[in-house]
Design a protein around this ligand. Structure first.
Ligand SMILES: *[C@@H]1O[C@H](CO)[C@@H](O)[C@H](O)[C@H]1NC(C)=O
Ligand SMILES: CC(=O)N[C@H]1CO[C@H](CO)[C@@H](O)[C@@H]1O
Ligand SMILES: CC(=O)N[C@H]1CO[C@H](CO)[C@@H](O)[C@@H]1O
Length: 771
């Protein structure tokens, strides 16, 4: 019997054309008079197709025909919806078409016949196109399309995929038999979460016959039906507000560092400032769900990346305060699209106008902070609860900040979104950076996906872990391909035309902590960080290299200021890229600087000047109207000192020989990172991995040093103290006390890079060993 069953559209001619123009009026929908097509090909679902339009037959596992076909995907109750789905099919590009708008699509359909979302391949345009389109009762819209990287050769088979995640659509097409590309070809965030897919299928336009098969629907996840106004649905929590704890050194870990008591003072002072001024219970009008760490910049607005960085040291509070509750407030504000804005008003939960439009997004670091918290606590229940919020945020930001039409396909932010206000970038302070590729933002996306991969893996979800890992790798590859300048040994931001925009700033050093920089490139970056003409300034690390024209010796905010978040990220990057000794040296130089300024100001500051300043200038300067030098202290007018940095208002002289524009004091705030996190992790050298019951200690100091009462979440606490010794190569006696009911593994790494493993017994009490 003839197999050539190309069916003429006939009754199926109702089809709404899959094109942006010219529009044609939709005829009445057919009433379902065609018999369902049964098939056995490829699908795990095994249910029948419903023929909505067009006509289809099967032959040897291939579905041949044209029009539209649907099959149910979600047995959704009235209060349920499909949150996530991946639908794909194989199709053969017909040899030719007389209609240049002829197309094949894979679709998700709502309950009504006029509700669908699809990814369409148009092989016969002057260049092949892939589009994301949607039909509603009011017509069709093309959301995103790409002309890139697409070959659709007549006679060849391709796989076409629509990935749907809570209002976000991703498109992919790839040659049949090759690997699914990690990066989508196009993505779109629907304006409102008002589309509820219930079925999926195939649709064609303008083709008398198409061969398709292997329709597959995976990652089908149901959830409660959500309204467009619901917030906080991804990681729900009911409000539970506690009074902020008062400062008590007894309830916090106690670093032991006999050789540098001034750093222990800084540590105590950081916690004291935090407790006295910046732990905040939400006011009665606030929708926040937890008492939180407030960023210390403003009394009624809270900043996302400040909060995230605060949790990176706040996690050391252990059971004394739920530092991660600070991030729960952000998840509570999350929109149904996954959006979390950069700034909220604390008293109302409203998005702040500074977080509108191009300035909506801060560095996407929630997942990184959650991973670090999990490593300290092993709290898998929290990971399971927050993962949907982290994934939804990742999906949203990966579309919203994706320069998807630029050749580099990297991610953008602007000069406020990136958190580095007046650092020179192409988009500038509040500009629209779409099309540019920012190295910091793109590397932070890699860090986000990598952290998500580890969190998914921790919950046993290997499919999602692989998916996130592949996105991290693909993005890192593109940063390395386009942003790296071999002559200069730097990563630069990119223009929309793939040209490097050469400003040497700390933004390029996010490639270290994100693992983007391969080791040879990481070594060149480390070289720049230790170069006194570039980044190894009196106070490390300036936001802008010292030889950049916009660099300012007073810091002028991000034009040379040495900042806690970028120092933390850069020092972590040095450590993870094989430069642990340099990471420690940088942390020590930074702490020494903080201590020098603390000595005459009695506090910690928002940002620090990269170079020493004359005592006369500091003495004549004010911050928010008050003198910088503490009462009872005085500086030698002709000597130089490390100093707080100026703000972006500039550093013009005032009548007292200084400036009135010194940045903010009592900034704990993220300046707690150095005195607390860097002290424990990089100077003393102890890092906890509670899920693996392991502690790594890079033990190279020769004074009596260690940490007491370090929290390991529900496992308990541990104290580790090494005795003083005569030299780095000498044996050292280490004593451990643990409240954990299980043994712990302690890996002690010496300055020669050798690791000795010691088992700390369950409930060890003063267990000592010389290693
Ligand atoms: C790298 O920088 C050099 C100048 O230092 C420039 O000549 C070259 O074009 C840059 N490379 C790229 C890929 O832009
Ligand atoms: C010299 C200088 O830049 N002065 C600025 C200090 O900051 C205030 C605002 O706080 C500006 O108004 C001044 O111009
Ligand atoms: C007290 C005082 O003189 N303040 C001045 C410091 O300098 C700035 C800018 O040069 C002036 O705006 C202040 O009034």
């Amino acid at each position: 019997m003839s197999v050539c069953m190309a069916v003429v559209l006939g009754v199926g001619a109702y089809l709404v054309p899959v094109l942006a123009s010219p529009p044609t009026a939709a005829a009445a929908e057919p009433t379902g008079s065609l018999a369902p097509v049964t098939d056995g090909f490829g699908s795990s679902l095994g249910s029948n197709w419903r023929t909505v339009g067009g006509s289809w037959r099967t032959r040897s596992g291939v579905l041949r025909g044209s029009g539209e076909l649907r099959r149910p995907l979600c047995a959704c109750g009235p209060d349920e919806e499909l949150r996530e789905a991946r639908v794909s099919l194989r199709f053969k590009v017909p040899a030719s078409s007389t209609d240049s708008w002829a197309s094949v699509a894979v679709a998700l359909n709502g309950a009504g016949d006029d509700e669908s979302l699809w990814v369409t391949a148009l092989p016969y345009q002057s260049g092949p196109r892939i589009q994301i389109m949607r039909r509603t009762s009011s017509g069709e819209t093309t959301y995103a399309e790409t002309l890139r990287d697409t070959t659709l050769t007549p006679g060849s088979w391709y796989r076409l995929e629509l990935e749907w995640r809570h209002g976000i659509a991703f498109a992919r097409v790839w040659a049949d038999g090759s690997a699914r590309p990690a990066t989508p070809m196009a993505g779109h965030v629907l304006d409102a979460v008002d589309f509820h897919p219930v079925s999926g299928g195939i649709r064609t336009y303008g083709l008398p016959s198409v061969d398709a098969d292997d329709f597959s629907a995976t990652w089908l996840t149901k959830g409660d039906l959500r309204s467009v106004t619901d917030k906080g649905g991804f990681a729900p929590l009911s409000q539970n507000l506690v009074a902020p704890p008062t400062y008590s050194a007894d309830r916090l870990p106690k670093p032991v560092i006999d050789g540098n008591p001034e750093w222990k003072t800084l540590y105590d002072e950081a916690w004291s400032i935090l407790h006295d001024s910046h732990l905040r219970r939400p006011v009665s009008t606030s929708p926040f769900v937890r008492t939180y760490m407030d960023e210390a910049f403003d009394t009624d607005i809270v900043f996302q990346w400040d909060t995230i960085f605060m949790t990176l040291y706040g996690r050391y509070m252990g059971g004394d305060f739920d530092a991660m509750g600070s991030l729960d407030n952000w998840y509570a504000m999350q929109e149904p699209t996954g959006a979390i804005w950069r700034i909220y008003v604390e008293s109302s939960g409203a998005r702040h106008p500074w977080a509108d439009g191009a300035s909506a997004v801060n560095p996407p670091l929630f997942a990184w902070a959650e991973l670090k918290s999990y490593q300290m606590t092993g709290d898998l229940a929290r990971v399971r609860r927050v993962l949907p919020a982290l994934q939804a945020y990742a999906d949203w930001v990966s579309v919203g900040r994706w320069s998807q039409e630029a050749p580099h396909q990297l991610y953008w932010n602007n000069g406020v979104g990136n958190g580095m206000d007046n650092l020179p970038t192409q988009p500038g302070h509040g500009g629209d950076g779409y099309g540019t590729g920012q190295v910091d933002m793109s590397s932070q996306m890699v860090l986000m996906w990598d952290s998500l991969a580890q969190l998914h893996a921790a919950t046993g979800d290997t499919a999602r872990a692989e998916d996130s890992g592949a996105l991290a790798d693909a993005t890192a590859d593109r940063v390395n391909r386009f942003s790296w300048n071999e002559t200069d040994g730097r990563y630069y931001e990119l223009t929309s035309a793939n040209e490097q925009w050469k400003i040497d700033s700390i933004a390029g050093f996010w490639t270290l902590v994100s693992g983007v920089a391969p080791s040879d490139r990481a070594q060149r970056l480390a070289g720049a960080l230790t170069d006194t003409r570039k980044y190894w300034t009196d106070m490390v690390f300036p936001a802008l290299a010292k030889d950049e024209p916009a660099y300012r010796t007073h810091g002028e905010y991000w034009r040379g200021g040495a900042w806690a978040p970028t120092n933390y990220a850069t020092i972590k990057g040095l450590k993870t890229s094989g430069n642990a000794a340099l990471a420690r040296a940088a942390a020590e130089k930074y702490l020494a600087g903080l201590a020098e300024v603390y000595d005459y100001t009695g506090t910690l500051w928002e940002t620090y000047a990269p170079e020493r300043q004359p005592g006369s200038w500091i003495t004549g300067s004010r911050s928010e109207g008050g003198p910088v030098v503490a009462p009872g202290k005085s500086l030698d007018a002709s000597a130089t000192y490390l100093s707080p940095a100026t703000t972006s208002w500039g550093d013009g002289a005032n009548s007292t020989g200084g400036t009135d524009n010194i940045s903010k004091s009592d900034f704990v705030g993220w300046t707690g990172l150095g005195p607390i996190a860097l002290l424990i992790e990089d100077v003393i050298g102890i890092e906890v991995d509670a899920p693996h019951r392991t502690i790594d200690w890079r033990l190279t100091r020769t004074d009596r040093n260690g940490v007491q009462d370090l929290s390991l979440g529900s496992l308990g606490t541990v104290s580790l103290v090494a005795d003083a010794r005569s030299g780095e190569a000498s044996p050292v006696r280490v004593c451990a006390t643990s409240t954990a009911s299980e043994p712990l593994t302690l890996n002690i790494k010496d300055s020669a890079g050798q690791t000795r493993t010691v088992t700390i017994a369950a409930h060890a009490s003063g267990q000592c060993q010389t290693v």
